[in-house]
Design a protein around this ligand. Structure first.
Ligand code: MSP
Length: 637
């Protein structure tokens, strides 16, 4: 039978630009999706944007534009952000999509016909931020617990979903399915909520108050309340009720959310599904908040960090690693740049990066860059194989439970063991004694094999690094998910494979003082190593120009960075790491060479729109300057 897997993120409100809180849920879903791909499942991954409601209308009016133009813009930003982070969902859904409007209408009719929607008057405390009514019990000192604002007393006639009718069924379902809502703390939270009588759910807004929504099919004076509209996106993405996606993927659906929207997902959604005659989801996976200085990161609190900025600064892979390694799924986590730099330097540059590069260097040095045939193995190799098997089991188990930090910890324990193996076997000593050559080959083979296994297991968490490692190990370029099941690739690296050692996987980041190495990938592309050849066509893409330095000053708090205004036919600002070799005072008037067509990037908050050419030898860094004065802006060929 086909093994299938379907994962969703919340669909994000378009009243805020994407920040790292949104990025985490999307990254967790992407990672889980890749885990299941490695396990041989047919997978489906959906994210998107939630575009109806009063908040959106207000935000659009604030910008003086129509809601549709507004939602198109912000939704586009979300889509772009995921693509920037190398996250490619199978469906990016928008609640303004025509098929979604059809599915919501279908579901409303179904529940209405079943007699579970009725008309009545209601008065309650309404939080505009959450777009929902709060009971007195839920408020904290009369304030919305999420927005810390006072809700408004609203009285109006509306349609209601008879949610209370499904309370007993839901309690029973949660009790019978211990992992329906996980981790357990959130299951308990929902059960505790359900220990009090459940109120029915208001599912409409009068058009007099709100027009930006899906009209109720049975009363066009009303539009659908955001949650009854939004939650249904998970069905729309499978073409519910027709087609073959729904029967194929719905039985294995898992939602990923943060604790802020536990109630709609833990209570409204399963009861809505039950009323519509649809099986409930398989798992609701709930994570905690990313906080900064103990405060939740959110637009309303004004402390957002844009995922793209982090990726530009540290690289996508380091960002993925940090978020997946640092948060214990279910608990809150602290974001700080220092913690991030520390993880990059300790775990990525020192540990994995160093282990990989020293291993490849030894294969280059002692066996001409070709993975050797293994000789007889001993306890040290058996131990390594056993640890690699264990790591694989742990990664499979823990990642499926969303304990990504544990999966990564076990992988890094394996890397530690590889480092210990190198130290204990000392290949450099074996190399000195020709009699020990078979042993040397055995050690080098096992280094390559274990690192290959690490690269396969790393795929869901750091897909690019996994690929880069496999490429450097000289194995087929396979962009997709590696098959983890034994037998397919067996995790063995064939003897005779020619390795292709490349640049370091992760350059170290100097605190508060980024080296040219730690510049974002778009700039790193400029660092072409001499051994790599470049076609003429590729070379012609580089727009090198003569530039004259107009002014120069140090970037505050940085020893290395110097900000310059240059004339390269037009005036540009560039930031260069030359502050330890040049005094800014001596730069104005100099004629230099710059790469003029790199993507702009920010270094310590200053935007750089070109990159200068320089070379370093023992004597220090020297700028590349023309022999004689040339007009600024002249193309260098
Ligand atoms: N539109 C609703 C969801 C409808 S789903 C049918 C919504 N949107 S939201 O834009 O507010 O997104 C909330 C979600 O964004 C959280 O559940 C979580 O996935 C993510 N996060 C937003 N801020 C976050 C943190 N500070 N930390 C962790 N996740 C965060 O609610």
């Amino acid at each position: 039978m086909e093994k299938t897997f379907y994962v969703t993120t919340p669909i994000y409100y378009v009243n805020a630009e994407p920040h790292i809180g949104h990025a985490y849920s999307t990254l967790a879903a992407d990672t889980l999706n890749r885990v299941y791909q490695c396990l041989g499942y047919a997978t489906r991954f959906q994210t998107g944007t939630d575009e109806h409601g009063e908040k959106v209308v207000q935000a659009a009016h604030k910008e003086g534009i129509e809601p549709k133009s507004y939602v198109d813009r912000i939704s586009g930003l979300f889509r772009q952000t995921w693509s920037d982070l190398d996250i490619h969902p199978d469906r990016f859904i928008r609640t303004t999509d025509a098929d979604h409007v059809r599915v919501v209408t279908h579901l409303l009719n179904k529940v209405y016909e079943a007699g579970d929607i009725y008309f009545s008057e209601y008065e309650g405390q309404y939080c505009l931020g959450c777009e929902r009514f709060y009971t007195d019990r839920e408020l904290v000192e009369d304030l919305c617990p999420d927005h810390q604002t006072k809700p408004t007393l609203v009285k109006e006639a509306n349609y209601f979903f008879r949610m209370s009718a499904y309370q007993d069924w839901l309690i029973d379902h949660i009790k019978k399915n211990s992992e329906f809502i996980r981790p357990e703390r959130y299951r308990n939270e929902v059960l505790s909520f359900l220990s009090e009588p459940l109120e029915d759910l208001c599912i409409s807004r009068p058009k007099s108050r709100l027009t930006w929504g899906i009209p109720l099919p049975f009363d066009d004076r009303f539009v659908t309340y955001v949650w009854f509209d939004a939650l249904i996106n998970y069905l729309t993405g499978l073409d519910f009720p027709q087609g073959d996606l729904f029967p194929r993927f719905w039985p294995s659906v898992q939602h990923i959310i943060a604790k802020d929207i536990l109630k709609p997902h833990g209570i409204y959604w399963p009861t809505m599904l039950k009323a519509a005659g649809v099986e409930p989801y398989q798992h609701l996976n709930v994570h905690g908040y990313w906080n900064m200085d103990q405060t939740k990161i959110s637009k309303s609190l004004g402390n957002v960090i844009r995922p793209k900025d982090l990726a530009d600064r540290f690289g996508i892979e380091a960002v993925r690693y940090f978020f997946l390694r640092e948060m214990v799924f279910g608990l809150d986590a602290q974001f700080s740049e220092e913690a991030m730099i520390q993880r990059i330097n300790a775990d990525l540059a020192n540990n994995l990066g160093n282990c990989f590069s020293r291993s490849l260097t030894m294969i280059e040095k002692y066996c001409q860059g070709v993975v050797p045939q293994t000789g007889e193995t001993g306890p040290a190799e058996e131990n390594l194989k056993q640890l690699a098997r264990q790591a694989r089991e742990t990664v499979q188990l823990e990642a499926q439970r969303l304990a990504f930090h544990k999966a990564l910890m076990s992988l890094w324990e394996l890397v530690d063991e590889v480092n210990k193996y190198i130290d204990s076997q000392a290949p450099w000593a074996l190399a000195k004694d020709p009699g020990k050559n078979p042993r040397l080959m055995t050690v080098l083979y096992h280094l390559a094999e274990t690192l290959y296994r690490v690269s396969l297991l790393l795929f869901p968490f750091m897909p690019r690094t996994s690929l880069q490692m496999r490429q450097q190990l000289g194995l087929e370029e396979n962009q997709g998910a590696p098959e983890w099941e034994t037998g397919k690739n067996g995790c063995a690296i064939p003897a005779g494979t020619r390795i292709r050692k490349g640049p370091a996987l992760f350059p170290r980041i100097e605190t508060g003082n980024p080296k040219p190495d730690s510049t974002p990938p778009s700039r790193k592309a400029a660092a072409v190593s001499i051994s790599e050849t470049l076609s003429l066509e590729e070379f012609q893409k580089w727009d090198l120009r003569i530039a004259k330095v107009l002014s120069a000053e140090r970037v505050p708090k940085s020893k290395k960075l110097v900000k310059m205004e240059v004339d390269l036919g037009e005036k540009r600002t560039l930031v260069a790491g030359i502050g330890e070799d040049y005094n800014p005072e001596e730069l104005p008037g100099k004629t230099i060479v710059v790469v003029a067509n790199l993507e702009p990037t920010k270094l310590m908050g200053v935007e750089s729109r070109a990159m200068l050419l320089a070379a370093r030898d023992e004597g220090g860094l020297k700028l590349i300057v023309p022999e004689e004065k040339i007009l600024p802006g002249t193309r260098v060929k």
